[in-house]
Design a protein around this ligand. Sequence first.
Ligand SMILES: Nc1ncnc2c1ncn2[C@@H]1O[C@H](COP(=O)(O)OP(=O)(O)OP(=O)(O)O)[C@@H](O)[C@H]1O
Ligand SMILES: [Mg+2]
Length: 421
Amino acid sequence: MPAVHAEGLFKIFGRRTDEAVRRLGDGASVADVRELGATPAVIDVSFTVEPGEIFVVMGLSGSGKSTLLRMLNGLLDATAGRVRVGGDDLTTLDAKALRRLRQERMSMVFQHFALFPHRTVVDNAAYALEVRGMDRRTRRAKAREALALVGLEQWADAKPDELSGGMKQRVGLARALAAETDLMLMDEAFSALDPLIRREMQDQLLELQAQLGKTIVFITHDLNEAMRLGDRIAIMRDGRIVQIGTPEQILDEPADDYVAQFLADVDRGRVFTAGHVMVAAPAAVPLGAAPADVLTAMRAHRTGTVLVGDGNGGLAGVATEEAVRTAAESGAPSLVGLPLQPPVSVRTTTLLADLLTPAAQDEVPVTVVDADGRLVGVVPRGAVLAALGGATGNGRPVPSGTGSPHTAGATAVGTREAVRG
Ligand SMILES: Nc1ncnc2c1ncn2[C@@H]1O[C@H](COP(=O)(O)OP(=O)(O)OP(=O)(O)O)[C@@H](O)[C@H]1O
Ligand SMILES: [Mg+2]
């Protein structure tokens, strides 16, 4: 069952709203219905958010993002259409049932998060639980856990005015997390933060998401933020959704010129990752292989380096053509004793911007490992630059598990990890 489902959703402010919906449905323009005295804010919006997904709604100021979000949480009645949260159709719930659903099943984080100045940080974080009627002890314990998740446990007993803007916003996040709802609705939650703190918060949200598996509807007017955070992005323009897709789909095939205009500003290096540009790793050669055979194979494949397995499912290192040739010429029976370079290893989540240095500095290929250290691919020379230049269709994500068994567990052999920054 989808976490959130919106179907044919309209919100019209002002007069003759039902007539406005009817006319818009018949193809009338926004200008036409404005003549009725109606202000269309959300027009015929439909989408589905799957559980565990970060669904970003992106659009310019006034495009209807906040209005849409307020219909998802039931604070605003839809003029037409339906909203389902889990199995419940919000349009059919009475006020009391709606309030309960809002308190128990969803939590919200806004741009200007109002903390109670006279309460401690932990009591601020516990607020949603207090509203729910949870006893003081339990709610404080849960609030402390949530503060720990956002790295603020030492500040539990401080007052909000002792915190920086970024820390206050983290308290807002902790309040939402303490509520332990599956669904989080975030409206420009990071927009008031300066760029560095904002990036930190984005990283933290991604980490929390990976850890907790929340469903998040995240509103932003910043396409870079949308691309970093979103599993899928809905782009709104003048009340309508003009495109829904993954960041890659939107970059590859913008639905119209309006979307394409935004893309010019996308910082690809901070959107795409090693996982996007890698290709399946070539099979590693065993240490026992004969140097002459390896040399022949390398020449046939026109490759200057080869991955060498350690025989235990790990990677011993990378051999250059020169080293293999020297071994072959000296008549060595195997690759044992060959000087190997340590593999340069990055995570699938490493940003392209952070791949430039390892990709450029070393002659050894950049290997890509997953969170468990398994080799899942390599980044071909040039792939990073090609992706930065716009050729995103070049390297498709490789499904995990395609690495050869010889090379599994690559990080166990002292690989270097590119730092994410
Ligand atoms: N209560 C209201 N009464 C009348 N018009 C409204 C009301 N709320 C919003 N609007 C109008 O609806 C449209 C969409 O507003 P909304 O706040 O949803 O946009 P937004 O995308 O969230 O913008 P921002 O990025 O500035 O927050 C705007 O034209 C706005 O003026
Ligand atoms: Mg808004």
